[in-house]
Design a protein around this ligand. Structure first.
Ligand code: F6P
Length: 327
């Protein structure tokens, strides 16, 4: 019996993440090998509403596995949040004869995907792609490992100058509402402390940071500050420290969007390749409205509703490790 899904659409949405191209490549090739046609949708949901669609062959995804960003472009669309916007998107889906949609993005993108699936009864599969790693139901998201390595390399460099000048460096790290990147980067770079939204109050974390660094035997230190742990981010933390400890020679570095760039690590390329293939397999398995993820290195199917609704927790042992190792 021929499988009902003949054509799929694939798009990347929300903040770009290194490895998205590897995922697009995997989706396209895994689909084609299963006799499913692929329509690439450009600029995320905006492109879906505006019918920015092009059929992809296997050759269209050649030479992209190593490239950061997304060849499909990405966007955050306010209009897609409205019913009218989603109706426009569905008009494209019908016009292009797309039978199922694969969405590579984070939880904002999955929220839109779920609504579209509900309203128009279309199979949707999510592939987690965000540097924030904040999706419940998967151990890792595409782009997280690359961003983590980028941050670690930046902090290593800052330590060189920080040590030379005996300064306190506050490094602001992305993550939206989550501290995964900040905490893991702090451990990997040997930072003295991390200030993240999930733990204690900022005042307490700050106190610990100062205690672990300057007040003891160290005369330079690095504290990673999650961008939304405190209003005003690392600059706000710096103001507090400059007042209480003007002698610290505090400096602030905001890593910003460079954290989203660069060639994906081997880990992210492999993760993206596996998840891209898994997304097609999920469609063949007649799955709908699920996210493909990895748990303990195994591929899992997670209902989109759960991936969106539940909050992924910071691992306690990681938090403890940072406290222990930064004495
Ligand atoms: O979700 C990815 C992310 O990079 C967050 O870490 C950050 O808060 C946000 O996107 C930045 O968004 P924008 O690129 O729209 O400024």
């Amino acid at each position: 019996m021929e499988y009902a899904i003949k054509t799929i659409g694939v798009l990347t949405s929300g903040g770009d993440a290194p490895g998205m191209n590897a995922a697009v490549r995997a989706v396209v090739r895994a689909a084609i090998i299963n006799n499913i046609r692929v329509k690439a949708v450009f600029r995320g949901y905006k492109g879906l509403m505006d019918d920015e669609v092009q059929e992809f062959t296997s050759q269209d995804v050649s030479g992209i596995i190593q490239r950061g960003g997304t060849i499909l472009k990405s966007a955050r669309s306010e209009e897609f949040r409205t019913q009218e916007g989603r109706a426009r998107a569905y008009a494209t889906i019908k016009k292009e004869k797309i039978d199922a949609l694969i969405v590579i993005g984070g939880d904002g993108s999955f929220t839109g995907a779920r609504l579209l699936a509900q309203e128009y009864n279309i199979p949707v599969i999510g592939i987690p792609g965000t540097i924030d790693n904040d999706l419940w139901g998967t151990d890792a998201t595409i782009g997280y490992d690359t961003a983590l390595n980028t941050i670690m390399e930046c902090v290593d460099k800052l330590r060189d100058t920080g040590t030379s000048h005996e300064r306190l460096f506050l490094v602001e790290v992305m993550g939206r509402d989550a501290g995964f990147l900040t905490l893991s980067a702090a451990i990997a770079a040997g930072a003295e402390a991390a200030i993240i939204p999930e733990k204690a109050t900022v005042a307490e974390q700050l106190e610990a940071a100062i205690g672990h660094g300057r007040r003891k035997h160290k005369n330079s230190s690095i504290v990673l500050v999650q961008e939304h742990a405190i209003e005003g981010g690392a600059q706000a933390v710096a103001k507090v420290i400059e007042q209480s400890h003007p002698e610290y020679g505090t400096r602030v570095t905001i890593l910003g969007h460079l954290q989203r760039g660069g060639s994906p690590t081997a880990y992210d390329r492999i993760l993206a390749s596996r998840l891209g293939c898994a997304a097609i397999q999920a469609l063949l398995d007649e799955q709908r409205s699920i996210m493909v993820g990895v748990q303990n290195s195994e591929i899992v199917y997670v209902p989109l509703t759960q991936a969106i609704k539940y909050k992924k927790n910071i691992k306690d042992d990681k938090w403890q490790a940072l406290q222990v190792l930064s004495i």
